[in-house]
Design a protein around this ligand. Structure first.
Ligand code: OAA
Ligand code: MG
Length: 575
């Protein structure tokens, strides 16, 4: 079966790859995976019916990049830049990725967090071309047929959201499609997954946002969200249809509300290779960063007292990963639990308090609070930090500004170098601005944030702000799972991704909490190789990588890495 209904990639007599298109002429210029624009050679123009349809001068990819980059720089706002780049992606994918790879650090905040948050909010107002697949209450009864309409035959990576909790900005209805697109852009730009192996998905089960339902321009289905059994029936059908059409695909669940995120993960993780980016990806990235911070302080993770502020998918995922990290250093489950304190909007999670089931494993025993002083029914953030003598504070609350000056100063009372990570996204939802945290703690806090922030100048020092974003984890985790043909994404593989990121940072950037995002194309293959190694050890890998060493696995990943280059085109033989 060819890669796509519209083309296949083959090898010539010398083993060089070439592309064989099944369409010719004008259509070639309109399919983003096929279009080379002004870079079609004269020979290709003659052979493929393009003569007269393009300007006479043939451009190189370098020249095309130069042209589009100049226009890019003239766009006046991040959202305009986002729209410009997305238009390019929908016109010519090789050129788009060639440009993005050259300017990864500059363009990531435009295509991904934080600007993608704005693109999600404005989705129906800035809509241009269709991209990805929509499963909605309108097509769920014939989803298998609908999936046949996707022209790609070798999809390996699906990012699917129901948009119920996008970043830290809540229910966004159909607009969540932009997040699925943005995450897959990273899989290709940073993880080397060919764009024709990826499929962004929006699971449009409705929205509870009145303003969206009333907006005449809103593009999603116009009813309230499916819930309960109906909701899971919808998801069951989706998973089943994916399994049939793309049996080798992995599903990354993205931005599901806490009410369903855990159930969705558990319901399908043994049915289809899948993971939840916000629970597991964010958990792993936080663990890696806190381990780096401990190394910089010359302390151990198991000595820390961690406060996790926010008990949604991200908060619980982070609590889980840190507990696992502490257990690895020899603590018992009970000992580790007493060192990871989780708060939701009502305060500290304590056994016996009313709370959702998924939070219960992270509730403190009432004895843990012996001798504590607090005013309300349960300790609030400041009281928890003070009483527990917290040394690490992680924000996953979506509550902008909740890490106030008194909070930062209270951390400093407990330890000379507090670790404070406001991890909520996008920038507008961050618990604190990194420069405030650095000023409030007299430059002593170790700070990383979920969204990108510029370095902070403080008393003659330039302090870089690490980006503790799951972008350092998911491309490598997904890639590793797919390349090893893992039946399942195990917890061991998720944790391995965290330690791989930690090890990479220690080796290449020993003074930093996270590598610079410009290094994502190096980080992701390394994370992938370690994930594959773990999958092999756990016996869940079914692919051709059996018996390979870590170096062998890294070579394997690199040999599969998709690079944005034009292939020569040869017309399909006429039979
Ligand atoms: O998308 C991001 O930047 C990280 C993430 O998964 C989230 O905040 O939900
Ligand atoms: Mg997310």
């Amino acid at each position: 079966m060819p890669v796509s209904r519209y083309y296949d990639v083959k090898r010539d007599e010398k083993g060089e790859r070439y592309l064989e298109p099944y369409v010719t002429g004008f259509l070639l210029l309109r399919l983003p995976l096929l279009n080379k624009g002004t870079a079609f050679t004269e020979e290709e123009r003659r052979a493929l019916g393009l003569e007269g349809l393009l300007p006479p001068h043939v451009n190189t990819l370098e020249e095309q990049k130069e042209r589009v980059y100049r226009r890019y720089r003239l766009q006046t706002s991040p959202l305009e830049k986002h729209i410009y780049l997305r238009n390019l992606q929908d016109r010519n994918e090789v050129l788009f990725y060639a440009l993005v790879v050259d300017h990864l650090e500059e363009m990531l905040p435009i295509l991904y967090t934080p600007t993608v948050g704005e693109a999600v909010r404005e989705f129906s107002h800035i809509y241009r071309y269709p991209r990805g697949f929509t499963a909605s209450t309108k097509n769920i009864d014939h989803l298998e047929e609908a999936l046949q309409n996707v022209p790609l035959e070798e999809v390996r990576l699906i990012v699917a959201t129901d948009s119920s909790a996008i970043l830290g900005i809540g229910d966004q209805g159909y607009g969540g499609m932009a997040i699925s697109i943005g995450k897959l852009t990273l899989y290709t730009a940073a993880g080397g997954v060919g764009p024709d192996k990826t499929l962004p998905v929006e699971l449009d089960v409705g929205t509870d946002r009145e303003d969206l339902l009333k907006d005449p321009l809103y593009l999603g289905v116009r009813h309230r969200r499916l819930r309960g059994e109906e909701y899971f029936r919808f998801l069951d059908r989706f998973v089943e249809a994916v399994r049939r059409r793309y049996p080798k695909a992995l599903i990354q669940w993205e931005d599901f509300a806490k009410e369903t995120a855990f159930q969705v993960l558990e319901r399908y993780r043994k049915v289809v290779p899948s993971f939840n980016d916000d629970i597991q990806g964010t958990g792993a990235v936080a663990l890696a960063g806190v381990l780096s911070a401990c190394r910089l302080k010359g302390e151990r993770l198991s000595e820390q007292v961690v406060v996790v502020y926010g008990a949604g998918a991200g908060g619980i995922g982070v609590a889980w990963a840190l507990l696992e990290g502490m257990k690895r250093e020899g603590l018992s489950e009970e000992e580790a639990k007493a060192r990871v304190l989780v708060l939701d909007s009502k305060g500290l999670l304590v056994e016996g308090r009313a709370m959702e089931d998924y939070k219960r494993p992270y509730a403190q025993r009432p004895e843990r609070l012996q001798g504590w002083r607090f005013a309300g029914a349960y300790p609030n953030l400041l009281e928890t930090i003070q009483n527990a003598r917290a040394t690490v504070l992680l924000g996953l609350s979506g509550q902008a500004g909740s890490f106030t000056e008194p909070v930062a100063r209270a951390m400093l009372e407990n330890t000379p170098s507090p670790v404070i990570f406001p991890l909520s996204n996008p920038t507008s939802a961050t618990e604190a601005l990194p420069d405030d945290l650095i000023y409030w703690t007299d430059g002593r806090a170790l700070v990383a944030a979920g969204s990108p922030f510029p370095p902070v100048g403080f008393k003659g020092r330039v302090i870089p702000v690490g980006q503790g974003n799951n972008a350092f984890i998911f491309p490598g985790l997904g890639l590793g799972a797919v390349l090893s043909r893992a039946r399942e994404v195990t917890d061991g593989m998720v944790l391995e991704a965290a330690y791989a990121l930690y090890d990479y940072t220690r080796e290449h950037f020993p003074h930093l909490l996270y590598p610079p995002v410009a290094r994502l194309r190096e980080v992701s293959p390394y994370v992938a190789a370690r994930v594959m190694q773990r999958a092999l050890e756990e016996g869940v890998a079914e692919g051709e990588v059996q018996g390979l060493s870590l170096e062998g696995l890294l070579e394997f990943v690199k040999s599969r890495f998709w690079e944005p280059r034009y292939l020569p085109y040869r017309p399909a033989p006429v039979i």
